[in-house]
Structure formats: C-alpha cells, structure tokens
Design a protein. Structure first.
Ligand SMILES: Nc1ncnc2c1ncn2[C@@H]1O[C@H](COP(=O)(O)OP(=O)(O)O)[C@@H](O)[C@H]1O
Ligand SMILES: [Mg+2]
Length: 311
C-alpha cells in the first residue's frame, strides 16, 4: 500500500531523509517512531505530494506520487500534526466544508458525514463548536475529516500527542476499527510507548535514517531485550534475595534483580523457558506464590536500537 525507495530530501546542508526505504501492507498499522526532527513529517508530506523529494520513489497503492498525484490524492488521507484553526464552525459545518472541498456531491455529503461521525464517535457532538472540543475529540475530528473521501491509506502525524490516557485508548480503538476495515495506516509519534499497543509493526527513524522496521517482537529480539517475569515467594526457606542468587549466573537469563520484594528475571530472548526457572527455584526450596509477566520496557528497546545496538 505504501512503498518508499531510497527517498532523499535535503534542506540546504541538512539531510532530512537519507535514502529512506520502507513498505507497508494492507491492514497494517505502522507506528513511525523517532525523536523530533527525525524526518517523520517530511516522509508523510512526500507521500501526500506536499513536498518533493530530491531523489527516490514513493508509491501509494501502486501509484507513483511524483507522476500520478491526482490519483494518489483519492487514495490517501493525510492528517497533519496540527488541526488548523476554524473558529466559529460547528463539527458538522467543519465536515461539510471539507466534504465540499473533496468534491463530494451535495446529495452524498449528508450520508458520508453521518458515517464518519459515527465511526469517530462524534455524532453527539455534531452541533458543538470545533474549538470547544477536548483535544481527544479534536484529534478524532481530524481523523473524521481525512476519512470523508474514503481513502485506503491514512497518514496520521502525531495524532496521540497531548492526549490523556482515556483519549489515547479511544484513539487506539478507532485505529483498530479502521485497521479491521482494511485501511493501511501510518501513524507517527516521538514516543514509542504512545504507539506500541496500537501498531502492528513499527519503524524507528533517527536523523533521516530508518534504524529498524518490523514487528514489536522483532524489535525486542533485535535489541536483545527479553521478556521479564516477576516471581513472588511465600514465606519459606528461601527469601527473594536467596532465590535471586540461586538464579544468577544462568546464561539463559539476561538479568536477575530483586524489585519490591519480588525476584524479577529477564529472559534471553533466544532461551525463553518458564519451566527451567520454576524447576530451579523449587529444587532450591522456594515456595512460589505468584509468577507474573512484567510489562516489557519499550524505552529500553528504543534506546538500544537508537544507540546503534543493531550494528
Ligand atoms: N521547510 C523546511 N525547511 C528547512 N528545514 C526543514 C523544513 N521542514 C523540515 N525541516 C527539517 O528537516 C528535519 C526533519 O523534520 P521533520 O520531518 O519535520 O521531523 P519530525 O516530523 O520527525 O519531527 C528537521 O531537522 C527539520 O528541522
Ligand atoms: Mg513531525
């Protein structure tokens, strides 16, 4: 759905994109992650035809952005990183305005707007003023706007930025719904954790260079960050410190720590086995009370990849 080959973009001496290549398939939510200034917005602007690359190719649904832009525009919905100010417009008027701009016939407009309002859960807000909406609702309105012409590819630039946790969950639900509809979605953020749970694959970009592209699991494997298990012990012959000592030194584990009274073991991704862990502890006399997976540390994956741990 999106295919980019060796895209290069410079601004004077600054290399904003350095021969960037990537492909995104149908039904994928691709989290495009990198610090500010990495080149995320530039990539999206090139894909939507707003910025011309110095060299390289960009294709959307098999269409060449450079030579078939009119066709590409029908396929793509681009939501920039700011909504733009439209004071004195209601949600409905706002969508009417963009529907007209997209040349959606007067007769069809009502039905199309009703359907995007429903999808983005804004039907109740149709008569509210745009600038009275919460940030989360404004972002959903931005998504509603880019859905009007029924594009198959969505480019969403930092849609989760500044959202509170609830609004982020709502956005995630919306993206998953769009994914189920078969849309291909490229969504950017400078914070990995913001996107991790809504993305089916991620790309990490820094200073115009793509450092990694693949699934989150692949990112963990490549970064050598393993699954973590917290083991709580019931009172018995072995306390947490002694249990940790008994696990230390096993090369199937990347690390063993005691955190808040629990033993936290990090698996080497190549040797993930719960069984040996339990067996060792039980043989040493430990009474296992609970055995709980710990959330993976995304920041660590990100840091390792951006620090060149892949080279
Ligand atoms: N119109 C422009 N003129 C000069 N430099 C620009 C322009 N647009 C972007 N840049 C520079 O290109 C680099 C990439 O920017 P951008 O794609 O906006 O990054 P991101 O979206 O990842 O934060 C940054 O260093 C930015 O300052
Ligand atoms: Mg940006």
């Amino acid at each position: 759905m999106i295919h980019i080959e060796k895209l290069r973009k410079t601004y004077g001496p600054l290399v904003a994109l350095n021969d960037l290549s990537l492909s995104i398939g149908p039904g994928e939510v691709f989290g495009f992650i990198g610090p500010n200034g990495a080149g995320k917005s530039t990539t999206m602007k090139i894909l939507s035809g707003l910025v011309r690359p110095d060299s390289g190719k960009a294709h959307v649904c098999g269409l060449d952005v450079a030579t078939q832009l009119d066709l590409v525009k029908h396929k793509i919905g681009y939501m920039p990183d700011f909504l733009g100010v439209y004071d004195d417009l209601t949600v409905d008027e706002y969508l009417q305005f963009f529907a007209a701009a997209f040349d959606i016939g007067r007769k069809r407009r009502r039905a199309v707007i009703d359907s995007v309002l429903q999808l983005t859960d804004l039907t109740d807000k149709r008569h509210a003023m745009v600038d009275s909406l919460s940030r989360g609702m404004q972002q959903r309105l931005g998504v509603a706007r880019v859905l009007l012409h029924e594009p198959t590819v969505l480019l969403l630039d930092e849609p989760a930025s500044g959202l509170d946790p609830r609004a982020r969950i709502e956005l995630r639900e919306l993206l998953l719904e769009l994914k189920r509809m078969g849309k291909c979605i490229m969504v950017s953020s400078h914070i990995l954790t913001e996107l991790a749970e809504m993305s089916s694959s991620i790309g990490i970009i820094e200073r115009g260079t793509l450092l990694f592209a693949g699934t989150l699991d692949e990112a963990f494997r490549k970064a050598g960050v393993g699954e973590r298990i917290a083991i709580t012990l019931e009172p018995g012959p072995l306390d947490a410190t002694a249990a940790a000592d008994c696990l230390r030194g096993d090369d199937r584990l990347l690390g063993v720590e005691v955190e808040g009274g629990a033993v936290v073991a990090t698996f080497d991704p190549a040797h993930r086995s719960h069984h040996f862990l339990i067996e060792r502890l039980v043989n040493a006399g430990a009474r296992i009370g609970a055995f709980t997976p710990r959330p993976v540390r995304l920041e660590e994956v990100f840091l390792r990849i951006t620090k060149g741990a892949l080279q």
